[in-house]
Every structure is written in C-alpha cells, then in structure tokens.
Design a protein around this ligand. Structure first.
Ligand SMILES: Cc1cc2nc3c(=O)[nH]c(=O)nc-3n(C[C@H](O)[C@H](O)[C@H](O)COP(=O)(O)O)c2cc1C
Length: 190
C-alpha cells in the first residue's frame, strides 16, 4: 500500500488550507494511493524546547512522526504568515525533524515525496511562503514535487461541496496530486 499524508499547516477549524489539501487528497485517491487526512489540531503538539525534548519526546509527536514515517508522501498546504511558513507548521516540522528519544521511529521527511500548496484570501495565494517551506523540507531530505499550487482569493475558490470552482486551479491541484502519487508509487515499488 502506498500512503500519502494530507495535512494543513493551520489549526483553524474552517481553514482554507484544510479545504485545499482535502481537494488534493481526493484527487490523489484517483491515482492508486491511500490518503490519510490528518489535522494538526488533533495532536496538540507543544512548542518545541530542547528542555522539553530532554524530558522525553511527547507521545503526540511520536504519534504524528510514526504516521509520517509510515507514509511515502505528503500533501501539504500551509498558510502564508508574514511572507513565510506558518508558526504551527514550522513547530511541527522542528519536532518531526528530531530523532525521538522515547520511541524507535524512522525519518518523517527523508525520501518522502512532498507536494506543496498554499491558499490565501490575498491575491498572491501564499506563494512567498511556499519557497520557504520548500527550502526547509529539501534540507530534511524530502523529494519536492515539481508542481506546486498557490491558490489566491481562496474564500471564493470553493463551492459548497469543497470543490474548486475555477477550472485552471482544479487542474493544477489534479496535476500536483498525480505527480506526488506517481512518485510515491514508484518509490514504494523500489
Ligand atoms: C499572523 C498572520 C500573518 C499573515 N500573513 C499573510 C501573508 O503574508 N500573506 C497572505 O497571503 N496572507 C497572510 N495572512 C492571511 C492568511 O492567509 C489567512 O488568515 C488564511 O485564511 C490562513 O489560512 P487558513 O485559513 O488555512 O488558516 C496572515 C494571517 C495571519 C494570522
């Protein structure tokens, strides 16, 4: 089984990025992969501190890290905050990048295929944050898919079923989902 994690870098219940990653996950399911939809809000990850880490990697971090380690790819949509990656996502990545000292878990990001997306109410779609996220994950050994999606004016982008209204935006999400799925399937096949 080839599994993709679908995750948004937002804790907000009505998150635009959760909607976007959901659309990408549904598109990926058409390409022979299983998609596991995760919500960062369910994990209650504490703010990273080396003191806290020295007390033992929290169970919530181990749980999230194990899910990543057992996947072959990640569909990731992050809000752009002040031209960069959201704080909650960076905090989660910082924890996930560390070897757990309470459990034997493989790498969350190394050799994982990552498809990057952002949704924003603004006109640039969060594209500035994407390049920062790309750099961070590349440094952790991820294989970043060539396609990315920056969705502008995102409050008006989805219909009531969560489908993207604009045909071009929907095609971009389809292409990214297909790319990530194919790469993940190829890696899993060895
Ligand atoms: C602290 C903060 C900084 C923000 N900075 C940006 C920004 O640089 N660019 C942008 O397009 N939107 C920015 N926004 C607006 C977010 O794109 C918007 O709140 C969006 O809905 C967040 O994504 P979410 O709905 O998935 O949580 C910012 C919002 C906050 C709270």
């Amino acid at each position: 089984m080839t599994t993709l994690i679908a995750l948004a870098g937002s804790l907000k219940e009505q998150s635009l990025n959760k909607r976007l990653v959901q659309a990408a996950g549904l598109a990926a399911e058409q390409h022979g992969v299983t998609v596991q939809y995760l919500d960062l809000a369910d994990f209650n990850i504490p703010l990273f501190s080396e003191d806290l880490e020295a007390e033992g990697t929290p169970a919530s971090v181990n749980d999230l890290k194990a899910l990543f380690a057992n996947s072959q790819g990640i569909l990731l949509a992050s809000p752009e905050y002040n031209g960069s990656i959201s704080g909650v996502l960076k905090n989660a990545i910082d924890w996930l990048s560390r070897p757990s000292n309470t459990s034997d878990i493989g790498s969350a990001f190394h050799s994982k295929v990552v498809g990057l997306m952002a949704a924003s109410p603004g006109g640039l779609g969060g594209i500035r944050g994407l390049s920062h996220t790309r750099d961070i994950l590349f440094n952790l050994g991820a294989i970043i898919s060539p396609s990315q999606v920056a969705l502008p004016n995102a409050y008006a982008a989805f219909d009531e079923q969560g489908q993207l209204i604009d045909e071009t935006a929907a095609q971009r999400v389809q292409q990214l989902a297909q790319e990530v799925s194919r790469l993940a399937l190829a890696i899993n096949a060895g």
